[in-house]
Ligand binder design. Structure first.
Ligand SMILES: [Zn+2]
Length: 280
């Protein structure tokens, strides 16, 4: 059933657990997240990365309506969230078009400018009762550098206290050793650093770059303040492989591709959701 992200984050926080959030780029992925959650009996969040809209995969309103429609086909809680957006006007468009949880990513800005940008989004979002995830410190891209392992890129605990108090964000993405995309070498999360971040705020913390981190490190992060994790790359890659496989068949029937793809994606989601320790 369609559920607000703030309620899912509260569920995670109450259970000292993490809600898994998956980036979706088409209807098969949306359906699979819902069905996988149903199969695993776990809460989940569907996300749209704005790049998918810019490339005309799915406009905001179509994505939001489709996501809510399929969320209401299952009886476990399913949320909807706009992933990384650094463009104020685009965030406003997403809110207008049905997203009630958005990310305002000002992480590449200097601290004061990040506070200003994020506060501006929160101010608008509040008027429409919309949740906002901010980002402090920078979760970079794994393929471009190995900076994710450098401590100077990590979120500073003292800034977390000030940032959450001044902006009023619903949740905060933090940096303590992860990166987006595929890692050049296995990442090592700094759990001691995360403990300091957790002690600095009551705001739920978010881990980005969930692809390629081993389960033991993820469990340690979830036990120490991470209440939401973003997973994109591995889900996209599986979806791409299944599409290729389907169309590589010599005698495929075109409209049957969801029957080929959705069950496998659903199993993947259900298996990943074993990491969520929330009991419904
Ligand atoms: Zn991210």
């Amino acid at each position: 059933m369609y559920t607000r992200v703030r309620d899912l984050l509260a569920l995670g926080k109450k259970n000292n657990a993490c809600i898994l959030a998956f980036d979706c780029a088409d209807v098969n992925m949306i359906r699979s997240v819902c069905y996988g959650a149903q199969k695993a009996r776990k809460p989940v969040i569907m996300m749209l990365h704005p790049t998918a809209t810019l490339k005309n995969v799915l406009p905001f309103s179509v994505f939001a309506h489709t996501a809510k429609y399929f969320a209401n086909q299952v009886d476990v809680p399913v949320g909807l969230h706009l992933d990384h957006c650094s463009d104020f006007d685009e965030i406003c468009r997403a809110i207008h078009d049905g997203f009630d949880s958005v990310m305002a990513d000002g992480s590449i800005l200097p601290f004061e400018e990040n506070v200003a940008f994020t506060s501006k989004v929160v101010e608008v979002a509040k008027n429409f009762d919309v949740d906002v995830e901010g980002e402090l410190g920078h979760v970079g891209t794994a393929a471009e550098s190995d900076e994710y392992s450098k401590k100077e890129m990590f979120t500073k605990p003292s800034e977390v206290t000030e940032f959450t108090a001044r902006t009023g964000v619903t949740s905060l993405a933090v940096s303590f050793g992860s990166a987006h995309g595929l890692y050049k070498y296995p990442p090592k999360l700094d759990i001691d650093h995360l403990k300091e971040l957790q002690a600095a705020t009551d705001t739920p913390l978010v881990l980005h770059g969930g692809t390629g981190i081993d389960d033991d490190q993820l469990k340690a992060a979830f036990a120490n303040g991470i209440n939401k994790i973003n997973i994109g790359t591995e889900f996209y890659m599986l979806n791409t492989r299944l599409n290729k496989e389907f169309y590589a068949q010599e005698d495929f029937v075109p409209y049957t591709y969801p029957d080929y793809i959705v069950p496998v994606l659903t199993d993947y989601i259900a298996r990943r959701l074993e990491l969520c320790t929330v009991t419904l």
